[in-house]
Design a binder for this molecule. Structure first.
Ligand code: ADP
Ligand code: MG
Length: 412
């Protein structure tokens, strides 16, 4: 990786401003899924073991520049405190004299969490003054919030104008895993893409087209491709204005010799709700008033066959409306199959909020090669775009001595 990480500076005695992604689901004042908190523990522990003090910054939910009581970070801090076995106080506000004093009192080995950054609209506006204040809380900046790296906010981009900026260990792991897909993935390389809409995934399809040996398309987005092939899809989710794009993608795949696997049968339901009447039909027999809600058993078998030779598999997007258990068969089977393939030595990377949730629900995340903590961020990364929160991290200089590395490095 060409970015400097926390292993590239001496944290001892430093006040480290760490951007984490603690945007976790909270229910009844308790953290419901702590995977994002756990994912950043290696970074926090490393820094604490090396005698740093930590000022943690995160957002939670979408308070849109106002104080929203239910979006306070206290439950997150309580959870983190239990994991670290250290007190984790939260400031009343990210700004203010009290916060400045609390930061000034921090001693090596201690942790302080700033209140939800998005209680100020300046955070998402990447406001220069807000960023300057945040930066004043630390000697160095560490970004471990891969899930927010596609956003140019004060805490992800603005602060890096004032402090030497390093990647945390989670950030490093994400960059390494996702770049391995773009750089030299063991072949054959197959991408399983599902989820709701083609529109959100056109960029990923285009960029991966240059790299994969096979695409397997399921979920709602398959419908647009099925229509491009001349089928009708009844009441199913369909992006009619993208049928032409879908047709072009199919042509490109054909021209490049990229295998393109679409479902041949689907589970259709009268309503997309729990308990609705449902049946399996061939894709050219989808009834007018029914919706495709999952890929069918024959398609599952074809997907599996197409994946059998793959040495690298990327999965994004559930293959059906998996939130309704009856429509989640293909998604659950895919998750189990991929866990097995990872056990057998294939590189299996799962990215995307809902697909990751499906894998986690089954308790399979530990068996995959890598589970990306960033939904939108991992997709933008795979589109081949440079994420602003990564771009501002210091580059590892290979030819030159590291004089110019830190923007705020002391001039001697
Ligand atoms: P991810 O978060 O993994 O990137 P998306 O957000 O793109 O995935 O898509 C997830 C959503 O897609 C889920 O809410 C799921 O219900 C929906 N979905 C999957 N298959 C279908 C389908 N056949 N029809 C409608 N929605 C679907
Ligand atoms: Mg999603």
């Amino acid at each position: 990786m060409d970015k400097l990480t926390i292993r590239d500076f001496d944290p001892s005695g430093k006040r480290v401003l760490v951007r984490v992604d603690f945007n976790v689901p909270i229910e009844d004042g308790k953290v419901k899924d702590d995977s994002r908190i756990r994912a950043t523990l290696p970074t926090l522990r490393y820094l604490l073991e090396h005698n740093a003090s930590l000022v943690l910054m995160s957002h939670l939910g979408r308070p849109k520049g106002k104080v929203v009581e239910s979006a306070r970070l206290r439950p997150v801090a309580a959870w983190l405190s239990a994991l670290l076995r250290l007190p984790v106080p939260v400031t009343g506000d990210a700004l203010g004299v009290g916060t400045r004093d609390a930061v000034a009192r921090l001693k090596p080995g201690q942790v302080l969490m700033l209140e939800n950054l998005r209680f100020h609209s300046e955070e998402e506006q990447n406001d220069a003054e807000y960023a300057t204040t945040l930066a004043s809380y630390g000697d160095v900046f560490v970004n471990d919030a891969f899930g927010t790296a596609h956003r140019a906010h004060a805490s992800t981009v603005g602060v890096a104008a004032h402090l030497p900026a390093y990647a945390g260990l989670l950030m490093e792991r994400e960059i390494k895993a996702l770049s391995s897909l773009l750089e030299s993935p063991p072949r054959p390389f197959a991408a399983v893409i599902g989820g709701a809409k083609v529109s959100g995934k056109l960029g990923v399809l285009a960029n991966l087209m240059e790299r994969v040996d096979a695409f397997l398309i399921g979920g709602g987005m398959a419908n647009t491709f099925l229509v491009a092939q001349g089928n009708s899809v009844g009441k199913s989710l369909l992006e009619r204005d993208l049928v032409e794009d879908a047709r072009r993608i199919l042509e490109t795949a054909e021209r490049k010799g990229v295998q393109f696997v679409l479902p041949t049968d689907v589970l259709v339901a009268k309503e997309v709700t729990r308990g609705a009447e449902h049946k399996v039909v061939s894709v050219n027999k989808i009834p007018n008033s029914w919706s495709a809600v999952d890929i069918g058993p024959a398609s599952r078998e074809q997907f599996r066959e197409a994946l059998e030779p793959a040495q690298t598999i990327f999965w994004n997007g559930p293959l059906g409306v998996f939130e309704v258990p009856t429509f989640g068969d293909a998604t659950r089977r895919m998750a189990r199959y991929l866990a097995q393939r990872a056990d057998d030595g294939a590189t299996v990377i799962v990215g995307g909020g809902d697909s990751v949730a499906a894998v986690e629900e089954l308790g399979l995340s530990g068996r995959m090669t890598h589970i990306s903590t960033g939904g939108g961020a991992s997709l933008e990364f795979l589109e081949g775009r440079e994420l602003p929160g990564i771009a501002v991290l210091q580059n590892r200089l290979t030819e030159q001595p590291p004089v110019a590395a830190g923007r705020s490095a002391q001039k001697s």
